[in-house]
Write a protein that binds this ligand. Structure first.
Ligand code: NAD
Length: 344
């Protein structure tokens, strides 16, 4: 067992290795300038330790930028657990990870991410208080993420289409899981025209069952989603979907969805800008869940969390205005704004 501290990609890196139970944990802390670093715990397969470190540091930096523009008193961090071939004792594994989090004295607070769940957070909470998203703390991040995305879509429609409402606005949602499904319900209520897609038929059916008029919704095959003519393309599935293959196919005026890391790289954000497609930067529009897990455990009321989440629309309006005025891509403006808060 060891516990080392190194630095990589502007992050402080803490590692913990227990060969007896396969726990190999990396905690990357990018910034604590605004408060303790907050970010989820991933437990997935990685081809190498280097790849896992790269993922942890990239995600930790993204969390700093997200928290800065969401106006919450947290820095950015992320933990990555290289998933063992099998769990001998999953409860003990996450309790030990909790001890590792505790050893950092509160500079890092963990939460749910890919490959972890609420039960894992409960196990972590046996060893540390620096965890949110447990069964008992009342957080519902997906609901607030969907709320923020809805506000972002309203702001983008206002800026690009000069419309104050969403009646008849055609939104294509890629992925109708926790966030995309909740978003679909809200959009239907506001009179938007919906096209939806999911690689899981079960998830697709679940979403349709929750809608009032499922017969009015277009179901699109996952491979055909990009070239559906629409007002808003809303990626709520996986990251990296704005890329050299999808860009030429896009037939939308706005890209606004919850997925993390939507641009496969920065030049794709520039291409969107050059094509006149308004892009709501992912870490700005999808910050509702972070706002929820940051504020609810501090005792902030659900009403105030909702108000803060709705403010995402105002931040995006500022980004859209500056993008137009300065002829710069929206993701570049968002980065400048976040860096101004983090580094000055
Ligand atoms: P989820 O797993 O509940 O839903 C994602 C859905 O997308 C799944 O139903 C999956 O089958 C579908 N999907 C994946 N690839 C697809 C494809 N190529 N085409 C169509 N459907 C596809 O996840 P979620 O919690 O709803 O999160 C959605 C996205 O938003 C993720 O990228 C996540 O990282 C991001 N995000 C979520 C939150 C949150 O609070 N849940 C917060 C910030 C960011």
């Amino acid at each position: 067992m060891n516990n080392t501290v190194t630095h990589a990609n502007s992050c402080t890196l803490h590692t913990h290795n227990n060969p007896h139970n396969g726990l190999f944990a990396i905690i990357a802390i990018h910034s604590t300038k605004l408060g303790p670093a907050l970010g989820g715990c991933r437990c997935i397969d990685y081809p190498s330790t280097e790849y896992a470190i790269e993922d942890a540091t990239r995600l930790a930096k993204g969390m700093s930028y997200k928290a800065a523009l969401a106006g919450i008193s947290h820095g950015g961090g992320k933990s990555v657990l290289i998933r063992p071939k099998e769990f001998k004792d999953r409860h003990a594994y996450f309790e030990e990870f909790g001890e590792f989090v505790e050893s950092l004295g509160g500079s890092y607070i963990t939460s749910v991410d890919s490959g972890t769940n609420i039960a894992d957070m409960d196990d972590i909470s046996h060893s540390t208080t620096h965890v949110c998203g447990t069964r008992h703390d009342g957080c519902t991040p997906s609901i607030y993420t969907a709320m923020g995305v809805l506000e972002g879509i309203k702001a983008a429609v206002k800026a690009k289409l000069h419309r104050q409402d969403l009646e008849g606005i055609h939104v294509v949602i890629q992925g109708v899981g926790n966030v995309g499904g909740a978003l679909a319900i809200s959009l239907e209520r506001l009179g938007a025209k919906l096209s939806i897609s999911d690689i899981s038929d079960t998830t697709l059916d679940h979403c349709l069952q929750q809608l009032k008029h499922p017969g009015s919704v277009n179901i699109i095959a996952p491979d055909d989603i990009y070239n559906v003519p629409c007002d808003v393309f809303s990626p709520c599935g996986l990251g990296g979907i704005i890329n050299q293959q999808s860009l030429p196919q896009l037939d939308c005026k706005i890209v606004a969805g919850s997925a993390n890391n939507q641009l496969s790289n920065d030049s794709d954000g520039l291409h969107l800008h050059e094509r006149g497609i308004l892009y709501a930067p992912d870490y700005v529009i999808n910050a509702g869940g972070l706002i929820d897990v940051s504020l609810i455990p501090q005792g902030v009321s659900e009403q105030d969390v909702a108000l803060k989440t709705k403010n995402i629309g105002t931040t995006l309006e500022e980004i859209f205005v500056r993008s137009e005025k300065e002829s710069k891509a929206c993701h570049a403006i968002a980065n400048e704004m976040a860096e101004n808060i983090l580094y000055h």
